[in-house]
Design a protein around this ligand. Structure first.
Ligand SMILES: [Zn+2]
Length: 281
C-alpha cells in the first residue's frame, strides 16, 4: 500500500502527497526555513503519521498554515501544535477537522477497497483541538531565510488563501486556483465575484512564479488563472449550453443547486448556475 508520494520541488520545499486508494492524492507542502518550517495544509489524516513524514526532512519547530479548512486539508492538525487559518473559514473548520466528518467522506472514497477502509479505521487522525491563529491577506510568515506571503483568493471558500514563497519563487494555490475549481458550495461567492478575485490575484503576482495546487504533484500551467478568468467570462456571458450537470459523489449538501461543469483547456470549472451574480444585486 503506497501511503505517501513525495517530491522535492526546491532546496527548501517538498510536496508530501497523502494517498487515499490508488488514485486520490491529498497534497501538503513542507517548507523549511532557517528557524522553523511551515506545512501548507495537513492532508486528510488517513494514515495517521504525517508528522513522521515531516520529521524526515526537518527537526525544527513546524507550524501548519492552511489554504482553507476542508476535510482533505486539515486532517492531520491534531498531530501539530501551531495551526494558522483564515478566520473566515472558522465555522467550517470546527466541523471539518473532526474525525467523524472525515471518516464519512473516506468511507465513500474507499468503499470498494477494504484494505484502505481498514487503514482509515485503524489510523485516521483524531479530532483537531479547533484552536488556531488567524491568517490575513498580505501577512508575511517569516521562517528564517524564507518568507511566505498570504494572498487571499475567496472562491472555493470564503477564507481561501494562497502562499507565495518569495525566495523560491512559487505560489501554492491550494484549491483556490486549480484545474478543477469547485465554487458551487453555499459558502462560495458568485461566479462574478470569484472572477474579480482571480483578477485581483493576477494583479498581485508577476507571472514568473511556478504554480502548485493541492491535488497534483506537478506544477500547473503558468496561465491557469487566465484560463479560469476566461471560463468565468464565458459563463457570465451565457456561453453555457455545453455545460453538463456535475455529479457530486461525496456527502455534501447539494439541495437547491444546479451544479454544472464548464470546460476550459485542461480544466473544468464547477459552479452553481443559480449563483452567477451576488444575490440581491
Ligand atoms: Zn482539496
Amino acid at each position: 500500500m503506497e501511503k505517501y508520494r513525495i517530491e522535492k520541488v526546491g532546496d527548501r520545499s517538498v510536496i508530501i502527497g497523502e494517498m487515499v486508494g490508488e488514485k486520490s492524492m491529498f497534497g501538503t507542502m513542507l517548507v523549511v526555513g532557517d528557524r522553523r518550517a511551515a506545512l501548507i495544509d495537513s492532508g486528510i489524516g488517513i494514515s495517521g503519521d504525517l508528522d513522521r513524514q515531516v520529521r524526515r526532512y526537518t527537526q525544527l519547530p513546524v507550524i501548519v498554515v492552511h489554504t482553507h479548512s476542508d476535510i482533505d486539508h486539515v486532517g492531520s492538525d491534531a498531530l501539530f501544535d501551531e495551526i494558522y487559518l483564515s478566520p473566515l473559514d472558522a465555522e467550517e473548520y470546527s466541523v471539518q477537522s473532526t474525525h467523524a466528518e472525515r471518516m464519512k467522506d473516506i468511507a465513500v472514497m474507499v468503499r470498494d477497497d477494504p484494505a484502505w477502509l481498514k487503514n482509515a479505521e485503524e489510523h485516521m487522525v483524531g479530532d483537531a483541538s479547533g484552536r488556531f491563529s488567524p491568517l490575513s491577506d498580505g501577512q508575511v510568515i517569516d521562517l528564517g531565510g524564507i518568507h511566505l506571503e498570504v494572498i487571499a483568493v475567496p472562491g472555493h471558500s470564503k477564507g481561501s488563501v494562497c502562499f507565495r514563497n518569495r525566495e523560491e519563487n512559487y505560489i501554492h494555490l491550494g484549491d483556490a486556483i486549480c484545474p478543477v475549481p469547485w465554487i458551487w458550495f453555499t459558502r462560495c461567492p458568485s461566479v462574478e465575484t470569484y472572477l474579480q478575485n482571480v483578477r485581483e490575484f493576477q494583479g498581485r503576482v508577476d507571472g514568473t512564479e511556478t504554480l502548485y495546487c493541492s491535488h497534483s504533484m506537478e506544477a500547473l500551467p503558468k496561465n491557469i488563472a487566465e484560463r479560469i478568468e476566461h471560463a468565468c467570462e464565458e459563463i457570465l456571458s451565457g456561453q453555457t449550453k455545453q455545460d453538463q450537470p456535475f455529479e457530486i459523489e461525496l456527502t455534501m449538501d447539494v439541495a437547491g443547486k444546479d451544479i454544472r461543469g464548464h470546460v476550459f483547456p485542461d480544466g473544468l470549472l464547477v459552479y452553481d448556475s443559480h449563483h452567477l451574480r451576488e444575490r440581491g444585486k
